[in-house]
Write a protein of this length. Structure first.
Lengths: 268, 280
């Protein structure tokens, strides 16, 4: 069911495929004397889930925030749908590692907040928000406050908020790192269903190899100090199979092993 | 084991084994659940210690708690206490209102803009560090002994605390929430009014409470140092005629009023501004 040898994307730069929705061109980032990212060139295909994977300090979150327009690059360009962008825009939505929910607002207001900022009338934004609240499995929790929810449920709120503004690209910064292991697995399975259903482009940052292989169409491995693209892997896993079958599949395990071999030199 | 510890209770309640320890258990249950039990206990210990100290006596000028309490009732009934508060509250309310509006405004401006911070922070840090009681005579020198001078004394004490706390409140807003607002293309004004001020509210109110407490210090300094009026007059007058129970009653009443004011402010904050704190 899965390709035993993962296909390796040879081209790391240049060669523009026509369907690239996000293009990263020669991005460099310096914090004073520290070089966080050096010469990053990447393309992200429409409708695919791409993971940025690497050890801590490889700049994966910085790269994601540059793409989001939250952090300025020192040099280089980000293009979305072919247009150069320098700040946040309506075609991108961000999911935060620490959820970034307003503690004083209910789930409903948190999810509809992106629409509230755009001036969408209350009835309309609540209707949209309720749709996505049920989509992420939180129906019945609309009037709860974030502190009344578990970590996993809070991140579902964050994901519903990102969906509700109807952006083309969803940027997820280690969305499951504050979620416990059991819930994380369930969450990954739910995410794959949402990816299937919503047909959006996902950029996903994680430090978990298993998570990356399980959810991604494409994995970009970054190496640290300074952050560079070291390898691009396409797991080619058949996701129509049951989650338990995938997790025991030889192809899946081989890709995990291969990535680990590539990363172990950076482990302390 | 309860029964063994309180055998006399068994006979007192007619020997019913289960009914015997009900009172003790109810009280124990109440003590475990209700904060108010401990507040009352704390006050009871304080007042008992006061009563004992007054009866020893530790000084001829130190009245017992019961004498003081009787004096307080007497002053309330003979119509000296309320008019005194009417006078004391004038500079206090004006001063606190000015300090709250100006202080929160300036503090938020300093939190939002580096330039405003560099311009204003040194002034308020010096003012907060300065022993204000030493400046009160200067105020009298310039503004005389009227309401203006007393209001200024309140502002001098309350304003720096409120400004510096409001500034800190804004600087400690969760940066992730600000990023969230930016990522959904919120304007700077939306960022300030929908994220920064709501997230800063708990610390803003903490500053307001400290500022009001400082305002009470200010008004008492003014009434004791500038000219005796209001509660300050009651304290000064009863001291001068060695009427110590009445003097302590006036002091205790202003402490009580200050405490109650702060408790009410905290209630208002939780009730109206922090909906997530209401439901527990």
């Amino acid at each position: 069911m899965a390709n035993p040898m993962p296909a390796r994307a040879a081209e790391q730069s240049g060669t523009a495929t026509s369907d690239a929705i996000v293009e990263v061109r020669d991005i460099c980032k310096r914090y004073g004397d520290i070089e966080a990212l050096r010469g990053i060139n990447l393309e992200f295909e429409r409708g695919k889930l791409t993971t940025l994977l690497g050890p801590s300090g490889c700049g994966k979150t910085t790269l994601l925030k540059i793409i989001a327009g939250l952090v300025p690059a020192t040099s280089g360009q980000i293009r979305i749908n072919g247009k150069v962008v320098t700040g946040p825009g309506p075609e991108r939505a961000f999911v935060f590692q620490d959820f970034a929910l307003m503690p004083w607002a209910t789930v409903l207001r948190n999810v509809s907040f992106g629409l509230e900022l755009k001036g969408v009338p209350q009835a309309e934004r609540h209707r949209i928000a309720k749709h996505y609240i049920s989509e992420v499995g939180l129906s019945g929790f609309e009037e709860k406050y974030p502190h009344e929810l578990s970590g996993g449920m809070r991140q579902r709120v964050g994901i519903a908020r990102a969906f509700s503004v109807n952006a083309d690209v969803l940027l997820l910064d280690e969305p499951f790192s504050a979620v416990d292991e059991q819930n994380r697995r369930k969450f990954q399975e739910d995410l794959l269903q949402l990816v299937e259903k919503e047909r959006k482009t996902f950029l996903f940052v994680t430090h978990s190899i298993e998570e990356a292989v399980y959810v991604s169409d494409r994995i970009v491995l970054l190496s640290p100090r300074p952050g560079r693209v070291s390898q691009i892997i396409e797991p080619n896993i058949d996701r129509s199979a049951a989650p338990d079958v995938i997790r025991r599949d030889k192809g899946y395990l081989d890709v995990v092993e291969e990535i680990w071999q590539g990363l172990r030199q950076y482990a302390e | 084991m309860h029964m063994a510890a309180t055998p006399h209770k068994v006979s007192a309640t007619g020997g019913a084994g289960s009914g015997s320890s009900t009172i003790v258990e109810t009280l124990a249950e109440f003590a475990r659940r209700r904060k108010s039990f401990w507040v009352v206990l704390s006050l009871a210990i304080l007042f008992t210690a006061w009563e004992i100290a007054g009866r020893v006596p530790i000084s001829f000028a130190f009245p017992t708690f019961l004498e003081t309490f009787a004096a307080l009732i007497e002053m309330t009934l003979d119509g000296t206490l309320l008019p005194a508060y009417a006078i004391t509250f004038q500079p206090l309310l004006i001063g606190v209102a000015v300090s709250a509006v100006l202080g929160i405004g300036l503090g938020i401006a300093m939190g939002l803009s580096d330039k405003a911070e560099w311009l204003l922070a040194p002034v308020f840090i010096v003012l907060q560090a300065a022993p204000m009681a030493a400046l009160v005579p200067l105020v009298t020198f310039v503004y005389g002994i009227g309401l203006v001078a007393k209001t200024l004394a309140v502002i001098m004490l309350a304003l720096p605390v409120i400004v510096l706390n409001s500034y800190k409140a804004v600087r400690h807003v969760n940066p992730s929430l600000v990023d969230m607002c930016r990522s959904f293309q919120g304007t700077r004004l939306q960022q300030i009014f929908k994220i920064i001020i709501p997230d800063a509210t708990p610390v803003l109110f903490a500053g307001l409470r400290l500022g009001i407490a400082a305002g009470f210090i200010g008004v008492m300094l003014a009434e004791l140092l500038i000219t005796p009026t209001g509660i300050g007059d009651l304290i000064t007058y009863h001291r001068s005629i060695a009427n110590y129970a009445h003097m302590y009653a006036a002091v205790a009443s202003i402490i009580a009023v200050s405490t109650i004011t702060l408790a009410v402010l905290q209630y208002v904050e939780v009730r109206f501004l922090r909906p997530e704190k209401r439901r527990k």
